[in-house]
Design a protein around this ligand. Structure first.
Ligand SMILES: Cc1cc2nc3c(=O)[nH]c(=O)nc-3n(C[C@H](O)[C@H](O)[C@H](O)COP(=O)(O)O)c2cc1C
Length: 262
């Protein structure tokens, strides 16, 4: 199932409160029990069998990853499925020869990028999925490249921070991302969400995964020839869970430590 590409199809428009509105009804009949099973049965698997993952399954999981929510819709991610035996061996070494990497049928390097913000903002406006781009949306995507440009040595970022700090004394204002590292964090957040979609999709297909940030970034960058604006966020190892692939029961602390109703 190839990924959907954005096309100017005719959207369903209905009239709500006298205004023409895009209408996408919430789907019904989703099997909640299956959803729970997928989430609950996902574990970090450190040992896989030698069963291959069918190409259609791999493609579907990657397509599910690409449907993750992303800040401003700007899809700041990239996924490298490392297939060549030579590259794979190097990647396993870069993952410090972790068993999860060594035994995985597939290794996917998930990368966050900060250098396609301008290009994708323009693409968004070109490929807007409705006949007309609302003025506000137009303005938003025209401004984004300026908002997210830190400038040399974060110079633009510092000016923006100062200006917004002043403005923030009287109203709610965006406090970032302005600096280079804030923009990197911005890209990493959305990429991590895509990683979660990826691993849940594998689980739904009966395969398992291990997210790994235990890798030598310099070696991974070199292997994939990544530029400065590309950050490997994690390597996902995927395959069929071996009988002894999960090393211990899942540990989660008391809910009260994490969930607050305020
Ligand atoms: C960002 C991230 C990085 C991780 N890196 C590694 C890793 O390098 N090696 C590993 O064996 N597990 C790694 N894990 C798996 C965690 O150890 C695991 O998720 C955690 O112990 C909870 O277990 P569970 O995933 O089975 O619920 C990573 C998980 C995340 C989210």
């Amino acid at each position: 199932m190839p990924a959907k590409s954005t096309k100017k199809t005719k959207p369903t428009v209905v009239t709500i409160d006298g205004k023409a509105r895009y209408h996408e009804p919430a789907p019904t009949g989703i099997d909640l029990e299956s959803f729970h099973q997928v989430v609950i049965s996902r574990r970090s698997v450190r040992k896989f069998t030698d069963k291959a993952i069918p190409q259609a399954v791999l493609d579907d999981c990657l397509d599910m990853a690409l449907l993750a929510p992303c800040s401003s819709g700007l899809q700041p991610w990239e996924f490298f499925v490392v297939r060549s035996a030579g590259k794979k061996a190097k990647l396993v070494k870069a993952c410090m020869s972790q068993l999860a990497a060594k035994t995985a049928a597939e290794l996917i390097v998930c990368v966050a990028r900060t250098d396609r913000i301008d290009e994708f903002s323009r693409k968004m406006l070109r490929e807007w999925p409705m006949p007309d781009v609302p003025k506000l949306v137009q303005r938003y995507y025209q401004l984004i490249p300026y908002n997210y440009a830190p400038g040399p040595l974060n110079s633009f970022a510092l000016v923006k921070k100062a200006a917004f700090s002043l403005g923030g004394m009287v109203a709610a204002v965006p406090r970032g991302p302005y600096t280079k590292s804030e923009v990197e964090l911005w890209a990493a957040k959305s990429t991590a969400l895509a990683c979660e979609n990826l691993v849940l999709a594998f689980r739904a297909h009966g395969f398992d995964t291990c997210m790994m940030e235990g890798f030598d970034e310099v070696r991974v960058r070199k292997l994939l020839n990544l530029g400065d604006a590309s950050m490997p966020i994690m390597v996902v190892g995927a395959g069929e869970r071996a009988d002894d692939g999960v090393f211990w029961p899942q540990v989660r602390f008391e809910r009260e430590l994490f969930v607050h109703e305020v």
